[in-house]
Design a protein around this ligand. Sequence first.
Ligand code: 2P0
Length: 320
Amino acid sequence: MKATARAQPNIALIKYWGKRDVDRNLPAVGSISITLADLSTTMSVEFDASLRNDTLSVNDRDKPAMLPRVSACLDNVAGKQREAARVISSGNFPIAAGLASSASAFAALVVAADAATGAGLDTASLASLAGAASGSAARSLYGGYAELTNAGDDVAVRSLRSADEWPLSVVVAITATGPKAVGSTEAMEISRKTSPFYSRWVEQQELDLAEARAAIAERDFGKLASVAEHNCLKMHSVMWGSRPPVVYWNSATLACMQTIRALQARGVAVFFTIDAGPQLKAVCEPADEAQVREALTATEAVQDVLVSGLGKGAAQVADG
Ligand code: 2P0
């Protein structure tokens, strides 16, 4: 009744922002992401009849505040009549800072819980269960380039390309650590209810998805760069236009954008994307990774730089 799984965070190039059903956590728009290789969350789940309640440890610390979401996700995978579970999570990157730690965490959780119960659900079902816990987590069930589509009363995730078919590099500039001021679930609702740009954002998403899908099919870096930067800045414009405004950037985030513009002016194939946090993620050809890393490391107020290739989806690993 114990199993362990590992999952990698994903970075959305065409973003999920807004929900069409808050209770069921269904997104308002489709999204396209790349799954990382070198950052990961490892999660072990042990169902134990001798436990009175679920327990959760994250990076060796008890985290009761995160437990309700974890318990609800376990109920969805194993049924409400399940035994209580001991859940142990560890990751090799900062949590709650716009690095999609909930994506890798819930993707790993559903795979581990499914393996611990022996149910053997297919990847599509596991993606749907992960997405009910955290929208972006559905995409981390798949490696490489993944697209999440709204399908009736559910979501459907598919792989557009494997990591091996188009191996890009991601350089993450950490501009601030620590939890963000407004969680993305709350910020999405503020956007939906108050931003005058929200309805146009939802209406236009299909155009951006189609352009990114074509760029990935053609392995056209310039085309992907153009639509990804556009979609990212459009999402942040929706947030900035909300009341109260939601601004995740800091001055170092903007300095990093200028660094990317300077690299692009020198002919380096690189583009940026920014999620619900102040970190900037630069996507580039592997040959340019060292140059991009060096430039972001030298950018004022950047605290740390993480580098990753593209990897595979969530999978069970040997119990640790
Ligand atoms: C994304 N983000 O597509 C977008 C871009 C942040 C900006 O998905 O409420 O933690 O748990 O479904 O998945 C972050 O939100 O939100 C996110 P919930 P989630 O990656």
